[in-house]
Design a protein around this ligand. Structure first.
Ligand code: NDP
Length: 266
């Protein structure tokens, strides 16, 4: 049977197929994780490259990459037969508290003059579309009806997950706002960031982001959520290392005890 025939016969509404898709998603994430230790994604003023094809502004790139995560999730929610379920409504609000901001506020909030290759923006768009499908499909299509009843609100998973998610959220937003202040101050240049977790690590924005999605995996207690948390680590751990090395090679006075991503450890 040729590949087209196989693809045509895949039943995406089948939970087994869905879980297989998540395994494939994780496997691709693992490959990306390894590749990114050898090849730094060419976006942001420090790492961008003209060898990846036409460039777009950072703002356009971020809008392009992140809008599907907010919009598609809203579409999956609206299409759900379970949209009056209070737990799903809260999941929707939690997701959008990150992605509405990332898609519609963050691209205007950062004043980066850097450019990014369109190919990178397209990869980001593909990742966000697939990941949003996985999260949305699990919550709004596949999760058995008895999983997310009102009792979920008092479960340890939900309570711990929400605390973890919003701890990461605060760390991420705080780090982003320190960088924004530096970007406003230096225009195109770079300075050593200080304050908050910057006193311990080079990339608290990524640290916060990773904690957020670990929180999401816990609060939804789902394979889909765990896959997303894994992807976030796979994407951001190598990036944190690249940024950390960049700081060390550009600033002689860079704090020597500062780690890349995890305070005191890595
Ligand atoms: P960066 O740290 O590369 O840059 C963020 C902004 O701060 C940019 O405008 C950048 O300018 C500026 N900046 C960074 N460092 C300095 C400095 N030392 N001095 C002055 N200005 C500086 O972050 P990313 O763009 O990689 O990420 C932005 C957000 O998106 C983060 O919150 C991150 O967690 C999230 N993200 C999430 C991903 C995921 O997989 N879920 C993937 C990637 C990002 P310039 O552009 O000019 O370099």
């Amino acid at each position: 049977m040729d590949i087209i025939n196989i693809l045509l016969h895949i039943d995406i509404n089948n939970l087994k197929t869905f879980n297989m898709a998540i395994y494939a998603f994780i496997a691709i994430g693992f490959v990306i994780f390894i590749v990114l230790f050898f090849l730094t994604a060419p976006y942001g003023g420090r790492h961008t490259s003209t060898t990846w094809g036409p460039l777009v502004s950072s703002r356009t790139g971020w809008l392009f990459m992140e809008i599907p995560a907010s919009l598609l999730f809203a579409i999956y929610y609206i299409m759900s037969t379970e949209k009056a379920n209070p737990v799903l409504i809260v999941f929707f609000i939690i997701w959008q508290s990150h992605y509405f901001h990332r898609a519609f506020i963050f691209p205007f909030y950062i004043k980066s003059k850097a450019k990014m290759p369109l190919t990178v923006a397209m990869m980001g768009l593909t990742f966000n579309s697939v990941n949003t499908y996985i999260q949305g499909a699990w919550l709004f299509i596949f999760a058995p009806i008895y999983t997310y009843t009102n009792a979920w609100f008092t479960s340890p998973q939900f309570i711990i997950g929400v605390i973890v998610f919003y701890s990461g959220y605060i760390i991420n937003k705080n780090a982003d706002s320190i960088l924004k202040a530096l970007r406003d101050k230096t225009q195109n240049g770079y300075e050593i960031p200080y304050g908050g977790l910057y006193n311990f690590i080079s990339c608290p924005n990524y640290f916060g982001e990773i904690i957020e999605w670990i929180g999401w995996a816990i609060l939804t207690w789902s394979f889909a959520g765990a896959a997303f948390a894994f992807w976030t680590i796979a994407n951001l751990a190598p990036r944190a290392l690249a940024n950390h090395k960049w700081y060390l090679s550009h600033f002689e006075n860079y704090p020597k005890d500062r780690k890349a991503l995890i305070p005191y450890l890595f």
